[in-house]
Design a protein around this ligand. Structure first.
Ligand code: UT7
Length: 332
């Protein structure tokens, strides 16, 4: 039996103002609004346009809002975990830039890379610190500038991605709220189907890697789609069954926003009404690890203390998982 639970006690977020619509995409590649909408559910996405602004720009804004809303002084933060696969630099970490920008000086900060599942991996990581009793205020921020790794001449990927960030504060509680259970997985055999080939140490930048768009996301859509549906269903059912939950016990499903057809399939298989899923893919597209916390940020006003949330994600690696969380507050 654990004495301490780790509860989310606040949330902040940020999405850039600039909107890229499906209509705009039809001017870049051979596609239609009808194809993108019917195959993905996406109508528009946000794009960070500020010059030389990377993921830390959005992560900073999300953390600033979080600190303001929770009335927490930056000096009180013990740890900051930044989940991103679109960091500003190879080094230093995007977490260290965000911490500096936000005046977080008494904390350690580091990046965590688990692609679209990064928020769930970060949440479990941060919650473990809090449950240990050693750290009292831990921030998990997910920030992704997907536009920086998208090839806008590739019609199979460029309609999918958008930019955004959101951050949560984790604090200890002796009550029965917060993170209850988690199922996290990695299967590295997914590499060929979803990766960014160049820009790391295996294939550093050359004229050829740039000419071949190898610094952008490469995805074999159908293979990833099939794996995403089966793994998301498996993980969601595992967490539901081992916690003896009935469909009616779950208040919200918070799915990674990669494709509306994937969300539909998961909800149908779980025999849950689609109205119980948080869905904003039509506005933001796939913001990778930021998609789940951006949903929480947008739904914060509707969430009530005691609501049970199943959050599920799937991404490159492959990585996937589900987290069961009991919401700890009702916003006034
Ligand atoms: O977040 C990380 C995890 N990622 C995911 O979960 C994404 C999973 N995959 C998907 O969401 C879908 O596979 C996509 C949205 C990427 C693609 O949808 P799809 O229904 O699997 O399409 P497809 O790749 O099977 O392509 C069907 C057809 C092809 O034409 P042919 O070969 O049938 O003539 C494509 O060339 O659609 C064509 N196509 C397009 N047509 C118009 C592909 N992209 C486009 C496009 N506009 N943008």
């Amino acid at each position: 039996m654990r004495n301490l639970n780790a509860a989310i006690t606040g949330i902040g977020g940020y999405v850039p103002e600039s909107i890229l619509t499906n209509e705009d995409i039809t001017k870049l590649v051979d596609t239609t609004d009808e194809w993108i909408t019917s195959r993905t559910g996406i109508k528009e996405r946000r794009i960070l346009k500020e010059k030389h602004a990377g993921s830390s720009y959005m992560g900073t804004k999300a953390v600033e809002e979080l600190l303001k809303k929770t009335h927490v002084d930056p000096s009180e933060i013990d740890a900051l975990i930044c989940s991103t696969t679109t960091g500003d630099y190879i080094l230093p970490s995007t977490a260290s830039i965000i911490a500096e920008n936000c005046g977080i000086k008494n904390s350690f900060a580091y990046d965590l890379s688990a692609a679209c599942s990064g928020f769930l991996f970060g949440l479990v990581n941060g919650a473990t610190f809090v449950e240990s009793g050693r750290y009292k205020k831990v921030i998990v921020v997910s920030t992704e500038k997907m536009s920086g790794v998208t090839n806008y001449t590739d019609r199979t990927t460029c309609p999918l991605f958008g930019d955004g960030a959101a951050a949560v504060l984790l604090e200890p509680t002796t009550e029965n709220y917060g993170l209850i259970d988690s199922v996290l997985h990695t299967d590295g055999s997914g590499f060929p189907h979803l990766h960014i080939k160049a820009g790391g140490t295996a294939f550093p930048a050359t004229n050829e890697t740039i000419a071949k768009h190898q610094h952008a996301v490469y995805q074999e859509g159908q293979a990833v789609f099939k794996a995403a549906v089966s793994r998301l269903v498996e993980a969601s059912e595992e967490i539901r069954d081992r916690n003896n939950l009935k469909v009616e016990d779950i208040t919200w499903v918070v799915p990674h926003q990669a494709n509306m057809r994937i969300i539909d399939a998961v909800m149908r298989t779980m025999k849950m009404p689609i109205e119980q899923a948080m869905i904003n893919i039509e506005k933001y597209g796939n913001t990778s690890s930021a998609s789940i916390p951006i949903c929480l940020w947008e739904w914060e006003d509707k969430l009530k203390k005691g609501d049970l949330l199943v959050m599920s994600a799937f991404g490159a690696g492959f990585t996937w998982g589900s987290v069961l969380l009991k919401w700890a507050y009702t916003k006034e």
